[in-house]
Design a protein around this ligand. Structure first.
Ligand code: NAP
Length: 288
């Protein structure tokens, strides 16, 4: 695929800081090439006023944007509209151009949901466990509740943050007439989890570095995990190793990353990315 930039090229991009390490250009430029779209996707490192950046991007005709750390919440005030789930999660990672401004979505949650479904993992009626209570964990918590997990345990080093998410999920469950029972625990209270089969999402930053351990290392905990999803992209985190050693299936965060990008591309261009292009994106990410 050879990309030609001309007077009609539409610009897509990602704003964040830092943003130079991002894999998103590889995803979107590959899809545009395969679908023959005259579009280019570039990183924008925003170090100052993010509101000015979003309003300026709109005036420049930027077709669509991703948003990453640290701006996923700060961009909300610059939008003309926000998707319901993104509003509940309180974080936006995708801006879709409309006549009035950008509308915000959270494709981190939608991407993880599509990744989980694509692996054949069923959440309905299952006991789910989240390790971590940061921005990513919030999105995962809403995904578990909206897919009717029977229970959701949120464990975090700082328990007050787990309690905050639990409180918002309980409200969501009540308002939507869902059934998920939510419990917040400190990370070392994992023995209080009252179930034998768990689907566990590793949402902390522990594991980003190859030298890292796992936030829980007790083999008795891993014996209960049937499916362990580490949101970290790389293969071979300690969490994944311990899950596999205990007989469970382990997954990386790479498919979540891939599908959050694919869903963003679909929203920007009002199309469905075909399966063979999805397979190509997966190959690009695995090679990169
Ligand atoms: P965040 O908001 O900064 O939250 C960080 C979480 O990690 C908090 O729960 C924090 O606990 C915990 N943590 C950090 N250091 C710890 C330590 N030494 N021991 C125990 N807990 C520790 O970050 P985030 O945006 O949610 O991202 C979390 C992870 O998800 C990152 O690894 C990121 O790469 C990954 N992620 C992946 C995708 C994907 O597409 N696959 C998307 C988004 C994020 P405290 O609250 O106690 O500090």
């Amino acid at each position: 695929m050879h990309m030609v930039v001309d007077g009609n090229t539409k610009v897509l991009g990602i704003i964040g800081n830092p943003v130079r390490h991002t894999k998103s250009p590889a995803i979107h430029n590959y899809i545009s090439g395969e679908l023959n779209k005259n579009m280019i996707y570039v990183p924008f490192e925003v170090t100052g006023d993010v509101k000015a950046a979003v309003l300026g991007a709109y005036e420049l005709g930027i077709h669509g944007m991703n948003v990453t750390v640290p701006y996923k919440t700060d961009v909300i005030e610059s939008l003309c509209d926000i998707d319901d789930m993104a509003k509940r999660i309180g974080a936006v990672n995708t801006l879709v151009r409309t006549d009035k401004g950008y509308k915000g979505y959270n494709t981190d949650m939608l991407g993880l949901e599509r990744a989980v479904f694509s692996e054949g993992i069923e959440l309905n009626g299952k006991v789910t466990v989240l390790l971590g209570a940061g921005g990513a964990a919030r999105a995962v918590a809403f995904m578990c509740a909206r897919n009717n997990a029977s229970k959701l345990y949120i464990l975090n080093r700082t328990i007050s943050k787990a309690e905050e998410i639990a409180c918002d999920i309980k409200k969501f469950v009540n308002e939507e007439g869902l059934n998920t029972q939510v419990t917040a625990l400190a990370m070392d209270e994992y023995e209080k989890i009252d179930a034998e089969e768990l689907i566990c999402f590793q949402c902390t930053k522990v594991g980003l570095s190859e030298d890292d351990g796992a936030v829980i290392e007790d083999k008795n905990f891993y014996n209960k995990i049937t499916h362990g999803v580490d949101l970290i992209y790389r293969e071979g985190t300690k969490f994944a190793v311990l899950t596999r050693e205990a007989g469970g299936k382990a997954y990386t965060g790479l498919k979540m990353l891939m599908y959050q990008g694919i869903i963003a591309y679909e929203l920007w261009n009002d199309l469905k990315v075909p399966d063979e292009v999805v397979a190509g994106v997966e190959k690009v990410l695995n090679e990169g």
